[in-house]
Design a protein around this ligand. Structure first.
Ligand code: AVJ
Ligand code: FE
Length: 439
C-alpha cells in the first residue's frame, strides 16, 4: 500500500476518530444513566467504564506519548487500566459518572485534534504514517464492538435500532457448497498495511496443501440440523474438553436461543424473533463450532487457510488486502460498521467475494478458526506487549474476518482476533473446511 501524503493522512485520521466517536455516542446516549453504570454481565464492563477507558487510552497514547503532555488526571489511570482490574470487578470501582466520563473523553478529543493539526506524522515510529492515531481510532472502534456486545447481553426494551441488511442475492441458493483452494505458496501477514497491529506482522511465506472451504458461513438452518440430529447429546462429535464444557455449562443451542412451541426463538437487542434459517449462525463457542464441523464430516479451517482464502490472488500470486482486492470496504463489499445490527443472509455480498468465489469472509460474523493464537515468526511486540503478546498461547483461539459490529478501520484480511474457546457472547460464527479425498 502506498503511503498517503501528510494532509490526506491528517484528514483520514480525523475522519476515523470522528466516526468512532459518533458510534461511541450512539451506543452510550441511547440508554439512561442506570444502564450505563450497571453491569449487564460479569463478562462485560459497565458501559461507562468503556467510555472513560476510550478517553484514557487516547490521552495516554496521543497526548502523553506522542504529544509529551502531562497526565490530565493521573489518579484515574489505574481505574481504566484493563490489567489492573478484571471486568467483573469494575462496577465496584469509583468510576467517573457518565457526565464526567463523557466530558473527559470530549476534552481529550479536542486536544488530540489540535495535536493532529501540528504533528508531522513522520519521524518517531509511533508517529510514522500516523500509527498511534490509527491505533487509537481502531481501539475506540473495538470498544464500540465490546459495548454492542454489552447491549446484546442487557435485559430490557430495545435501545438500538438499524435497518435490516439487504435480502440475499438471487444466486445465493444456487452457490456451490464449497470451493477448492489449490495448494501452493502463500504470503501471510503484512509489512505494509498502514495501521496493522503488531500480531499481523511480519509477513511470511508458507506452503499450504489443497483444501476445500465452505462458500458461506454455516447457516442457522444447517446448525439446527446438527441440534435436531442430537449433536449436543453425542460425545463423539466433541473434543474431551468441549464435551466437558458442554456438560458443565448445559449447552443445548447457541446463546440467546430458546425453544417455544416446537420453534427456535432468539433474543436480539431486546426483541425476540424466530431464528432465521438463512442467516449465519451466531453466538456459538469454539467448542460448538468444532463439534458441528466433526458432525458434518469436516473441520474448522486453520488460520492460514482462512487468510489464503481471503487474500490470495491466483492471477498475480500476490496476497491482497481484502477478498475483493485492495480497495477499502464499501457497503457493497461487506456488512461492517454496525450499519445493520445483524448478519446478512448467507450468500450475500457477491461484490465482496474472493477470486475463488468465497463469500462473506469480511463482516457478518467473526469466524472461529482451528488455530491457537500464536506470534508469527519474527513477531515484535509493538507498541505495548499487553495488546497481543500476553495472550499468545494455547488457551486462545483465533477468529477472523470481522462481523457486522466491526468498523472498516479495524477490519482487513490480515486482522486477527482471539478469545477463549468457551466464549459465546461475541458475534462469532464459523465456516468449515475439509481435505480433498485422496485417491
Ligand atoms: C482484540 C478484541 C481481543 O477487546 O480484548 C481493546 C481489543 N485491546 N482494548 C479486546 C482491545 C485493548 C481486544 N481484542
Ligand atoms: Fe481497551
Amino acid at each position: 500500500q502506498d503511503s498517503p501524503g501528510t494532509e490526506d493522512l491528517r484528514e483520514l485520521i480525523a475522519t476515523e476518530l470522528i466516526a468512532a466517536r459518533a458510534r461511541t455516542a450512539a451506543l452510550t446516549d441511547c440508554v439512561e444513566e442506570p444502564d450505563l453504570t450497571a453491569q449487564h454481565s460479569p463478562l462485560m464492563s459497565p458501559l461507562v467504564w468503556d467510555l472513560a477507558h476510550i478517553g484514557n487510552q487516547e490521552e495516554l497514547w496521543l497526548l502523553r506519548n506522542v504529544g509529551g503532555r502531562d497526565p490530565m488526571h493521573p489518579e484515574i489511570d489505574p481505574l481504566y487500566d484493563a490489567f489492573e482490574h478484571p471486568r467483573a470487578e469494575r462496577p465496584s470501582l469509583p468510576l467517573l459518572p457518565p457526565h464526567e466520563a463523557r466530558a473527559y473523553a470530549h476534552e481529550v478529543r479536542g486536544r488530540v485534534l489540535d495535536l493532529l493539526a501540528s504533528s508531522p506524522l513522520e519521524g518517531p515510529p509511533l508517529l510514522t504514517d500516523g500509527f498511534a492515531f490509527g491505533m487509537v481510532a481502531q481501539h475506540e472502534q473495538q470498544h464500540d464492538e465490546t459495548m454492542l456486545i454489552t447491549h446484546q447481553l442487557r435485559q430490557g426494551p430495545v435501545a438500538l435500532t438499524a435497518p435490516a441488511p439487504p435480502p440475499a442475492p438471487a444466486d445465493a441458493a444456487a452457490l456451490p457448497a464449497e470451493v477448492l483452494i489449490p495448494g501452493g505458496p502463500f504470503r501471510m501477514g503484512t509489512d505494509t498495511e498502514l495501521w496493522a497491529l503488531d500480531n499481523e506482522r511480519p509477513s511470511h511465506e508458507l506452503e499450504l496443501a489443497d483444501f476445500l472451504l465452505d462458500t458461506t458461513p454455516v447457516s442457522n438452518a444447517a446448525y439446527q440440523r446438527f441440534i435436531a440430529d442430537g449433536g449436543y447429546q453425542e460425545p463423539r462429535w466433541w473434543t474431551p474438553e468441549g464435551w466437558e464444557h458442554r456438560t458443565r455449562a448445559g449447552l443445548v443451542a447457541p446463546l440467546f436461543w430458546s425453544r417455544e412451541g416446537g420453534q427456535w426463538l432468539r433474543r436480539r437487542f431486546g426483541a425476540v424473533e424466530p431464528v432465521p434459517g438463512d442467516e449465519p449462525v451466531l453466538h456459538v463457542s469454539w467448542y460448538e463450532a468444532d463439534a458441528y464441523a466433526r458432525w458434518a464430516g469436516r473441520r474448522l479451517p486453520t488460520e492460514a487457510e482462512w487468510e489464503k482464502a481471503a487474500r490470495y490472488d491466483p492471477v498475480s500470486g500476490r496476497s491482497r488486502r481484502y477478498p475483493w482486492g485492495d480497495q477499502a470496504p464499501g457497503p457493497e463489499h461487506a456488512n461492517l460498521g454496525q450499519r445493520h445490527l445483524r448478519p446478512a443472509p448467507v450468500g450475500s455480498y457477491p461484490a465482496g467475494a474472493s477470486p475463488y468465489g468465497v463469500r462473506q469472509l469480511m463482516g457478518d460474523v467473526w469466524e472461529w478458526t482451528a488455530s491457537d493464537f500464536r506470534p508469527y515468526p519474527g513477531f515484535r511486540a509493538w507498541p505495548y506487549k499487553e495488546y497481543s503478546e500476553v495472550f499468545f498461547g494455547p488457551e486462545y483461539k483465533v477468529l477472523r474476518g470481522g462481523c457486522f459490529a466491526v468498523a472498516p478501520v479495524a477490519c482487513r484480511g490480515t486482522f486477527r482476533n482471539w478469545d477463549y474457546p468457551v466464549r459465546r457472547q461475541i458475534f462469532a460464527g464459523f465456516r468449515t473446511a475439509r481435505d480433498p479425498e485422496r485417491r
